[in-house]
Design a protein around this ligand. Structure first.
Ligand code: FES
Length: 178
């Protein structure tokens, strides 16, 4: 007598898996796309880049699909708000103190080309006098602060670096400039 196939759920779909498969392997076998960077077919996964993180019900943190073994009854989401958080502007502890900005506070960031609003991520990992803003959030598009110039020889975009000013968004709102 053969055992019934083991199953788990990915994005609400009940899917069969085989012993030893990872979540990434199960997803790919069922045409569910999970992006990867450091994973190489046939090589032992390292879980280094965390591009492939998924949300697993009951897990305290996001898990890397390329290293997490499939288990019966798992409930996995490959696209959830936890995996695509909102834009954060990284700011040093020293600058945050000087400007009286707290972690998670909404900040207005302006350059001579535009303005965006994003939440502050106060961090030890960034130098005073520098902020970092990821480019991939439409609601707080860092491209609005820079410009679309291309290198005149290679025709590739320039490095997106520009001078910005920061202030708490509530203060700008009070003045009517947010
Ligand atoms: S692809 Fe890099 S951690 Fe999974």
């Amino acid at each position: 007598m053969t055992n019934p196939p083991q199953t788990l759920f990915i994005n609400g779909r009940q899917l069969a898996f085989e012993n030893g498969e990872t979540l990434l392997e199960v997803a790919r076998r069922h045409d569910i796309d999970i992006p990867t960077l450091c994973w190489l077919k046939g090589a032992t996964p390292t879980g280094a880049c965390r591009i492939c993180v998924v949300e697993v019900e009951g897990a305290r943190t996001l898990l890397t699909a390329c290293t997490t073994p499939a288990a019966p009854g798992m409930d996995v989401q490959t696209e959830s708000p936890a995996q695509a958080p909102e834009c954060r502007v990284e700011i040093s502890i020293q600058d945050a103190r000087r400007m009286d900005i707290s972690n998670g506070q909404r900040i207005r960031i302006r350059s001579r080309r535009g303005v965006i609003v994003a939440k502050a991520a106060v961090s030890n990992d960034i130098l005073p006098g520098v902020v970092f803003i990821p480019f991939h959030f439409a609601a707080a598009a860092a491209n609005r602060l820079t410009h679309a110039a291309l290198d005149p020889v290679c025709h590739i975009p320039e490095l997106k670096v520009c001078a910005v000013g920061l202030e708490p968004a509530d203060e700008a709102l009070k003045r009517g400039t947010a």
